[in-house]
Design a protein around this ligand. Structure first.
Ligand SMILES: Cc1cc2nc3c(=O)[nH]c(=O)nc-3n(C[C@H](O)[C@H](O)[C@H](O)COP(=O)(O)OP(=O)(O)OC[C@H]3O[C@@H](n4cnc5c(N)ncnc54)[C@H](O)[C@@H]3O)c2cc1C
Length: 391
């Protein structure tokens, strides 16, 4: 644990960027008794970073890496804590289904993670998938399903606000609508320049999502613009969560996936804020780097043609014309895993590199950042997320 703040320093730790990971890191740093200064370009829960769009999928049987299952479970416990402190629903457990050819990474990766942690997944044949989840009845011959009962849906904007509020309640000073313009680490501490003032801190946690390379030169994070799309059921059909739960699934007749979830109308019991069904395409690199400060926020004609075709091919009950569209920023690393932990500079810790699947883990990633800053060992095995793995 670093020495407590003295008059030479404005805080023990500065957190740069209060999005999904940064708001949780600020909260978890204050839980450890550290004096925290947080900086955010906008207000927590804003729509201009990587965490906007009303919902995020949560899975425990993560096909991306077996090491992610314990991180997801730890994150879920922390999301539940935040829910209790905020008095706002943040996580809804719905179960989720992966559908694809038995030898696809979608299925083998999910089963590999499930086997590594003895997760209670169910293997389903096509008939069983169609019977239990009629919204997914259209499949290629030979496709199978794996049901993850721990999957569900998170509310990203509310979760970020809850984590920032929890940090504030424990004494963190959050400077919002403030742009950090530079960080300069040296042997004794770090100087933080903003558009309003200059600060001296012992340590910095860079959690600026798509903007990380601005503060950690050479960090292999490629920010890129993506379009998110929502859909409604055709008249007389249903796209509700019970027929179309959280999913990642192959598209019939195509060599690609879609991901998403069904709809929850505002009138549903327990729904404080409804949403339409959401479907997005597999994001398959290599990615062209976009300037995250200059993202084109307009969705242009033709940009939704591909997802229109994928929805029409996969979901006969959905109207393939999007009911809503928006833009968001994704930030990929070369191996599609996050960057969480110490950097080459001992006073700089990083947490980010979302690669399209980090929101579910963000509460735990914030905790890992706080543990790295505090010099605390983690109970989780996170070597595969070490930012120094790329040299
Ligand atoms: C379309 C889409 C779908 C996704 N779906 C899923 C999903 O279903 N499940 C899942 O688990 N994950 C999903 N993800 C990934 C996940 O949502 C993101 O990885 C995650 O929210 C990113 O969080 P972050 O904290 O790294 O970045 P952000 O939330 O973007 O936070 C970075 C913050 O830094 C701030 N900042 C930047 N520069 C400065 C500066 N100079 N000064 C001060 N502040 C600054 C920004 O304003 C921002 O608030 C998806 C991502 C996208 C884009």
């Amino acid at each position: 644990m670093p020495t407590p703040v003295t008059s030479d320093f404005d805080a023990d730790v500065a957190v740069i960027g209060l999005g999904a990971v940064g708001s949780s890191a600020a909260w978890q740093l204050t839980v450890r008794g550290l004096d925290v200064l947080g900086f955010e370009l906008h207000e927590p829960g804003h729509a201009l970073g990587g965490s906007t769009g009303r919902t995020r999928l949560f899975r425990v049987a993560c096909l991306e890496h077996p090491g992610l299952a314990p991180i997801a479970r730890r994150a879920r416990a922390l999301w539940r804590e935040l829910e209790a402190s905020a008095g706002t629903p943040l996580f809804m457990q719905t179960g989720g289904i992966m559908i694809g050819p038995p030898d696809s990474h979608l299925i083998t990766g999910t089963l590999r993670t499930a086997a590594a942690h003895d997760l209670p997944v169910e293997r389903l044949d096509a008939e069983e998938v169609a019977r239990r989840f009629p919204g997914h009845a259209r499949m290629d011959p030979g496709d199978v399903g794996v049901f993850d009962p721990e999957a569900g849906i998170l509310r990203p904007e509310a979760a970020i606000v809850a984590a920032a509020d929890a940090a504030r309640a424990m004494g963190a000073r959050l400077r919002t609508s403030t742009r950090v313009t530079a960080i300069t680490p040296d042997a004794d501490g770090v100087t933080i320049e903003t558009d309003a003032a200059s600060y001296r801190v012992r340590h910095v946690a860079v959690t600026a999502g798509p903007w990380i390379p601005r503060f950690v030169p050479g960090a292999p994070v490629v920010p890129h613009r993506v379009v998110m799309t929502w859909f409604r059921a055709k008249p007389g059909r249903s796209a509700a969560l019970d027929v179309l739960p959280v999913f990642i699934r192959s598209v019939p007749g195509r060599d690609t996936w879609v991901w998403g979830h069904g709809a929850m109308p505002e009138s549903a019991p327990g729904a404080s804020d409804g949403f339409d069904a959401k479907v997005g395409p597999e994001f398959d690199g290599p990615f062209h780097a976009d300037d995250p400060d200059a993202i084109d926020r307009v969705v242009h004609p033709g940009e939704t043609d591909e997802i229109h075709d994928l929805v029409a091919a996969t979901f006969p009950d959905l109207d393939p014309e999007p009911s809503d569209v928006t833009t968001c920023i994704m930030a990929h690393t070369p191996d599609n895993q996050f960057l969480v932990g110490p950097t080459a500079h001992p006073r700089v810790t990083v947490g980010g590199g979302c690669s399209g699947h980090s929101f579910k883990h963000a509460a735990a990633l914030g905790e890992l950042v706080a543990q790295a800053v505090a010099g605390e060992a983690s109970a989780l095995d996170t070597g595969f997320l070490d930012p120094r793995r790329f040299g």
